[in-house]
Design a protein around this ligand. Structure first.
Ligand code: FAD
Length: 350
């Protein structure tokens, strides 16, 4: 393969590329847009095929829908794992790719695509420019944007989060979880054994979460406040107190809190990807059986693709991205074959 290799990091940090010089920030064989399950597995596969690879994601953490929406849920239909928690699956995918030193460009939304004679250049909304011989789009539902907590302005990253990257960070804290859906209840349950106190605040008395999860939260030490909203968050550097208002009576009270988890859901939008000249089918990217989009050097895989009989599951995304990467290999290096050989034939033994 021809481009410079990139250095490893811990798999989660935002790390601007420094490998290319000139008019781009990063130069790799393969850019994967979307670090969900399909993208992460694609990073492993690209490495296995000898390609240097970068993953770009608009979220600050890898893992796509799994990390954003259900890291604490147990998944039962991933091949080889009778039951695996979402967070553990993402960690395992990051670990599987790590030997090949993928570069993670997190908090970067892939925005613009330009073509060069033997490469493409993708520029993020944040201005990071990546030159790649091929791109695999594993963008799932598109860029996730959390529904904001209206009273949270100015506190994001200073105690207010829209999803919980590391549970341990909440040890000994008083946490307010806002929302009435699965995510809110899952976070409340996951934080309960770690935090000093967890209060779940919802503006109605009906919840959208699964009945079993609601039952577990009700049976735990989590305090549930219905008909309540966050009226104000207090604290300069970090959150110190949260003011809650009863939506019916207007009564207000202030309670100590060092963290607010606003689990109000996400909107998803394909946004800039729709301007890349791709053939779209029912708000997804049409691909052929090689996962090729029809646009020079651009492949796609995972939830974002569309073809007759498409099934949107983690398992199918894994297969599709392996197909995409293997079919992209000869585009990067014309001497490469589509079939990769067997990973078990690489001469190592355990
Ligand atoms: C609550 C819930 C439970 C589920 N349970 C299961 C289950 O039990 N089993 C199962 O198989 N599936 C399950 N799924 C579905 C599964 O999560 C998806 O099929 C899977 O996440 C798709 O993976 P992906 O990598 O294709 O896309 P995603 O996981 O959606 O990841 C796509 C990533 O691309 C990023 N992105 C998009 N556009 C851009 C851009 N322009 N620039 C940069 N980044 C971008 C997004 O930020 C995102 O991180 C569940 C889904 C939900 C919501």
């Amino acid at each position: 393969m021809v481009t410079q290799s990139v250095q490893a990091d811990d798999g989660t940090a935002v790390r601007p590329g420094t490998t290319a010089g000139g008019d781009v920030d990063t130069s790799v064989d393969m850019l994967i847009v979307g670090a969900g399950p399909a993208g992460l597995y694609g990073a492993y596969y690209a490495g296995f095929r000898g390609m240097s690879v970068a993953l770009m994601d608009s979220l600050p953490e890898a893992g796509g829908q799994v990390t954003a929406m259900y890291p604490e849920k147990v998944i039962y239909d991933v091949a080889g794992f009778p039951a695996i928690r979402g967070r553990e699956l993402v960690d395992a995918l990051v670990t599987q790719a790590a030997p090949f030193d993928p570069m993670y460009l997190l908090d970067q939304q892939a925005a613009e695509l330009t073509h060069e004679p033997d490469a493409v250049v993708v520029t993020s909304s944040q201005g990071h420019r990546v030159r790649a011989r091929v791109v695999v789009i594993t963008g799932g539902l598109g860029t996730f944007t959390p529904r904001p907590l209206p009273t949270g302005t100015g506190h994001l990253g200073r105690g207010l989060v829209y999803f919980v990257p590391k549970l341990d960070a909440y040890a000994g804290q008083d946490v307010i979880v806002v929302g009435g859906g699965d995510s809110a209840f899952d976070w409340a349950l996951a934080l309960e054994p770690i935090a000093r106190s967890v209060t779940l605040v919802h503006r109605r008395d009906r919840f959208r979460a699964h009945a079993a999860t609601i039952g577990r939260v009700e049976a735990s030490s989590v305090e549930i406040l219905t008909f309540s909203e966050v009226a104000a968050i207090h604290g300069e550097e970090r959150i110190e107190k949260v003011e809650l208002v009863h939506t019916r009576t207007g009564d207000r009270h202030v309670r100590p809190a060092q963290a607010v988890v606003a689990a109000l859901g996400f909107t998803a939008d394909l946004g800039p990807l729709t301007r890349w000249g791709l053939s779209m089918a029912r708000r997804h990217i049409a691909v052929d059986s090689a996962m090729f989009t029809g646009v020079d050097r651009i492949f796609a895989a995972g939830d974002i693709t569309e073809y007759p009989g498409k099934v949107r599951l983690i398992a199918t995304g894994f297969g599709e991205v392996a197909t995409a990467v293997n079919n992209a290999a000869p585009v990067v290096d014309p001497a490469a074959k589509v079939f990769p050989g067997h990973s078990s034939d690489d001469g190592t033994s355990v």
